[in-house]
Design a protein around this ligand. Structure first.
Ligand SMILES: *[C@@H]1O[C@H](CO)[C@@H](O)[C@H](O)[C@H]1NC(C)=O
Ligand SMILES: *[C@@H]1O[C@H](CO)[C@@H](O)[C@H](O)[C@H]1NC(C)=O
Ligand SMILES: *[C@@H]1O[C@H](CO)[C@@H](O)[C@H](O)[C@H]1NC(C)=O
Ligand SMILES: [Zn+2]
Length: 600
């Protein structure tokens, strides 16, 4: 655990260029490291007063809190699922994980997929811009590799393309449907075929050319190998294998959905979601499993924790413009628009969003799982965590602890990053306009509206102090004055994701199948317990488009952990065994979920 700590911070800050997905695994490693090695403060438990919002939330939590499985545990272990007797061929798992021919063939399939440069750019034109592909390539030739990628999949997975319904949605999204024989709710497995573009100036830092790839006997290198062609290829490989064996006749429909622009936060997820929504309607899927972190984290010598993300923070940009009268620089007012806007920026930064931790935040459950199973966690902190759902002062202690960490604090509060500022054009002219953009990642307990409200209130306070007007979304909420006025608008609003339930059989089956993977297949000699816990992701995936289709959304790739996967960076890589464990997992998990009934 410690040895990784030094790698955590640099890794964490390698966030995506488009800013929509943080390295969540690293965050959690930090969570755990931080918690495990927190032993400093002896007078940690103090009777601190709590604010009213927190108090209300805690009271509400105490009322609604339930422990469905074991009354004494806040984090009951999911029951391990042993799939062997359910499988049509229980030798296949061994073949997937240990057979050299299977390994070599799978390696070749993934490697060749990586060689097709499906880079997506932030300014790439929507594929719906033209009727035909020919016309599209004239205005946007950067889509051409996608057609090549489709052809590659057709050639490489002939049985999938023969037996499943294959639909192209908005030209490049792929939806594969393996029709089940009953009306059990379909399961949807998703991944994306696009990859982050290469920056030319980094080419000489790659061990192997990014779209040629290379294999060193353990790791396969290349752009997209880890994010996320490994998942896409593993899903197709699993289905191809099931078809080749010819024994599995699904009762539950299996759908694979592959988007084309997750990395530019585009429309791929949304077009697939609309397509499926019009076919199946609301709340019609058994579960959706998308990309996310993979692997597990160390808790102590006997315990590891597996954390599929069951929630995602929301998102919003606040755009603030200030218009003031111009004039000559030789007789300026005490504050120009730039000065006034600076005061506003200070005000926003000096008064942060409130931190709050209720059972609606998966972080609380994750902390409680750590507290319950860790043998090395500070005793006082542990005691506070275990009471944090029903005791306001314990809750405050936990928040104080999280607040001290510059990353953990954002699991429990809305962030505000002042990212872009502009204003002024000339040294001898007063700036008539200045503007600033503040980016927010919205906490589970907050909303787009409460985030807007906090910023609007601060603008109004400053406007009052300096006698300025305020327009919010074009509506005058404080009358314009001769001194000037603020204009507040927002863009890219996204509410925090509805949190995936963990008190149902869908979670039990998924978690129990994961325990089987780690405890019985990957590390049978180790005798460790894998605690499956929910987790809050501070970034967003394509799952943001799928909320209407199911509450059971997991963002997680079953398999091995690699903290040096260099996602979005040079020398992106994948430990190839990790790819095989994804295939092994889905090989039995698809058969397991086929046999269970839908949650009532
Ligand atoms: C494989 O499946 C068969 C049939 O269900 C079962 O009898 C056998 O015990 C299984 N083998 C293992 C190793 O579990
Ligand atoms: C698998 O590939 C390796 C490396 O190319 C090769 O040495 C080995 O003989 C192959 N094994 C099989 C069974 O094809
Ligand atoms: C293409 O899709 C975008 C985003 O979904 C939509 O706003 C636009 O109207 C569509 N254009 C056409 C020509 O269908
Ligand atoms: Zn991805």
């Amino acid at each position: 655990m410690t040895s990784k700590e030094s790698e955590v911070l640099p890794g964490y800050y390698r966030e995506r260029k488009s800013g929509h997905w943080a390295r969540r695994a690293l965050l959690v490693l930090l969570t755990i490291s931080g918690l495990i090695f927190f032993t400093t403060s002896r007078n940690f438990i103090k009777d601190l007063p709590s604010t009213s919002a927190v108090k209300t939330a805690i009271e509400e939590a105490a009322r609604t809190w339930s422990r469905p499985h074991e009354p004494d545990s806040l984090c009951p272990l999911v029951k391990k699922v042993d799939p062997r007797s359910l499988l049509y061929n229980n030798d296949t798992i061994n073949t997937i994980l240990h057979d050299e021919t299977f390994r070599n063939e799978s390696l070749k399939k993934l490697w060749n997929a990586v060689r097709i440069p499906t880079q997506v750019y932030d300014d790439q034109k929507n594929p719906n811009s033209t009727e035909t592909l020919e016309e599209l390539y004239k205005i946007e030739p950067r889509w051409k590799p996608y057609e090549q990628f489709h052809k590659y999949l057709e050639k490489t997975y002939p049985l999938v393309h023969k037996h499943l319904k294959v639909e192209h949605v908005n030209k490049f999204a792929l939806v594969y449907t393996w029709q089940g024989s009953t009306d059990k709710k379909p399961i949807l497995l998703t991944a994306h075929m696009d990859v982050v573009p290469i920056q030319e100036e980094t080419l000489d830092q790659w061990k192997y050319p990014p779209f040629e790839g290379g294999y060193d006997g353990k790791f396969l290198y290349g752009r997209g190998v880890s994010d996320c062609k490994d998942l896409l290829i593993a899903l197709l490989g699993t289905v191809e294998l099931l078809l080749k064996e010819g024994k599995f006749k699904p009762e539950r429909t299996i759908i694979l959905g592959f988007g084309y622009d997750e990395e530019s936060a585009g429309t791929g997820g949304a077009v697939i979601s609309r397509h499926l929504f019009s076919r199946y309607g609301p709340d019609s899927l058994y579960a959706l499993i998308d990309e996310g972190d993979s692997g597990y984290m160390e808790v102590d010598e006997k315990t590891r924790i597996v954390i599929p993300a069951t929630g995602e923070k929301g998102h919003l940009n606040s755009l603030i413009d200030l218009f003031t009268p111009g004039g000559h620089s030789s007789f300026p007012p005490p504050h120009t628009s730039i000065g006034l806007l600076s005061k506003l920026v200070s005000k926003i930064e000096d008064s942060e969003f409130e931190s709050i931790l209720t059972p609606s935040n998966p972080t609380l459950k994750e902390l409680q799982c750590l507290a319950e199973y860790s043998s090395v966690l500070d005793k006082d902190l542990k005691s506070s965590i275990l009471k944090a759902h029903m005791d306001a002062s314990a809750n405050k202690n936990v928040l104080d602890y999280l607040d001290k960490d510059k990353i953990l604090r954002y699991l429990v509060r809305t962030s505000q990053a002042v990212d872009i500022i502009g204003g002024g054009v000339k040294s001898n002219a007063l700036p008539e306009h200045a503007s600033v953009l503040v980016n927010h990642r919205i906490a589970v307990e907050e909303s787009v509206e409460s985030t807007r409200q906090k910023i609007v209130n601060q603008i109004l306070e400053l406007a009052k102090e300096y006698d300025l007007g305020v327009l919010v979304d074009g509506k005058e909420v404080k009358e314009k004055t001769k001194n000037g006025h603020f204009v507040y608008t927002t863009n890219e609003p996204l509410e925090p994701a509805p949190v995936t339930p963990i008190n149902d059989e869908v979670w039990q089956t998924f978690g129990g199948s994961l325990r089987y993977l780690y405890e019985e297949l990957l590390f049978p000699e180790e005798d460790k317990t894998y605690v499956v816990s929910p987790f809050l992701s501070i970034g967003n995936t394509d799952t943001k488009s799928y909320w209407d289709l199911t509450r059971n959304i997991y963002r997680y790739v079953p398999g091995l952990t690699d903290f040096d996967a260099n996602v979005h960076s040079v020398n992106e890589r994948l430990e190839f065994d990790a790819h095989l464990s994804v295939i092994a997992f889905y090989y039995y998990y698809l058969q397991v979920v086929d046999g269970v009934s839908d949650p009532s």
